[in-house]
Design a protein around this ligand. Structure first.
Ligand code: GTP
Length: 331
């Protein structure tokens, strides 16, 4: 029976904690488990959507390459694992037993399930449990570092990195001409209307509470895999996956209406304006932000409490010949 050395364990911990990117961290974890408990295979099933309980196999170390489709009995066990927070045993069709471990972040938000097959190490359960604990602690650290302290949304520091990842995804799809799903990415900037008045009338503390509640409305209204950032002050940025511009407009208008109807304690009603643009292959984050910002600026200057799309404004000629000599949009 294989027995890992203390040096081997420490080497794996060093490799694991050298990562700052969650995906790289997952690969490193799977690799560490594979080498330390020498199992037949390690698989990471990431929980992509909490509501629909959609899992995706993101990392597989060792074993046969499984089909992308998760079998119904495994799906059931993954759900059990997440719901109970306890490890489960799943017996595959070939008779092999897979031990499933739930992984959640510090706030007990379920993140993934790790499946370990055919361990060859005495006490593998304890070693796996401890390594997962290190991984969870580290994920919590990364998450804290990526979050805005007031709202809990992603902070501006992470923006560039996350946008670049989305642009690469758009590029890959573009190169593979893989448009089977017909999905596009959009970036929207939201800016609360006349927020200075809220601060002036009700003070900064209530202003902060409005920002917090606004961020909550965003998280409730938008989908799990949408990326939400607090960009600074009363400005928020979101990245969405959508079928087309009409659907995007509908989603954003629904959110805008939801905000307009919400009673903010003591402050009452507020409105929000938004500008959005499609993220293209080979796009640059500063260009994407600039386009969304132009559309937001247009919304602000055409009555506020509205959502404007940059490409549509261009197509309608609303942005043409409206630049002054200094290059500033006047509309
Ligand atoms: N409470 C609070 N206020 C903030 C924070 N960051 C920025 N602000 C305030 O947000 C306000 C932004 O005001 P402006 O950008 O001038 O515009 P506005 O009043 O929102 O008006 P429009 O955007 O033109 O509709 C300023 O009063 C800032 O002081 C924050 O973290 N907390």
């Amino acid at each position: 029976m294989y027995s890992p050395t203390i040096q081997g364990v420490l080497a794996k911990l060093i490799a694991l904690t050298s990562e700052r990117d969650v995906n790289a961290l997952e690969i490193s974890l799977a690799h560490a488990l594979f080498e330390l408990v020498a199992p037949g295979a390690v698989a990471i099933y990431k929980l992509e959507d909490v509501h629909s309980k959609k899992f995706a196999l993101t990392v597989m170390e060792g074993g046969d390459v499984p089909s992308a489709q998760i079998p119904a009995d495994l799906q059931h066990m993954l759900e059990q694992c997440v719901a109970t927070g306890q490890r489960q045993q799943y017996v595959r069709q070939d008779g092999e037993t897979v031990t499933l471990y739930p992984v959640s972040c510090a706030k007990n938000k379920p993140l993934a399930v790790i499946g370990v097959t055919a361990p060859e190490v005495a006490g593998f359960d304890q070693i796996t449990g401890m390594l997962l604990q290190v991984y969870q602690n580290f994920i919590a650290l990364i998450n804290d570092n990526e979050q805005d302290t007031l709202t809990g949304l992603l902070n501006r520091k992470t923006f560039e990195h996350k946008v670049n990842k989305v642009v690469t995804r758009v590029q890959n799809r573009h190169q593979r001409e893989d448009d089977a799903l017909g999905l596009h990415y959009y970036m929207a900037i939201f800016d609360i209307d006349h927020f200075k008045l809220v601060n002036d009338r009700y003070g900064h503390l209530l202003g902060d509470e409005v920002l917090l509640l606004f961020a909550q409305q965003m998280t409730y209204s938008l989908r799990d895999h949408d990326l939400l950032f607090r960009f600074g002050g009363e400005e928020f940025v979101a990245i969405f996956e959508c079928h087309d511009q009409q659907e995007m407009q509908m989603v954003l208008d629904r959110f805008r209406e939801r905000v307009a109807e919400f009673e903010f304690p003591q402050v009452g009603r507020i409105t929000v304006s938004a500008g959005y643009t499609e993220i293209m292959a080979y796009d640059v984050s500063s260009h994407i932000i600039d386009r969304a910002d132009v559309a937001l600026y247009y919304a602000k200057h055409h009555g506020r409490n509205r959502v404007c799309n940059y490409e549509r404004l261009v197509a309608e000629g609303a942005l043409e010949n409206k630049r002054n000599e200094g290059g500033v949009e006047l509309f």
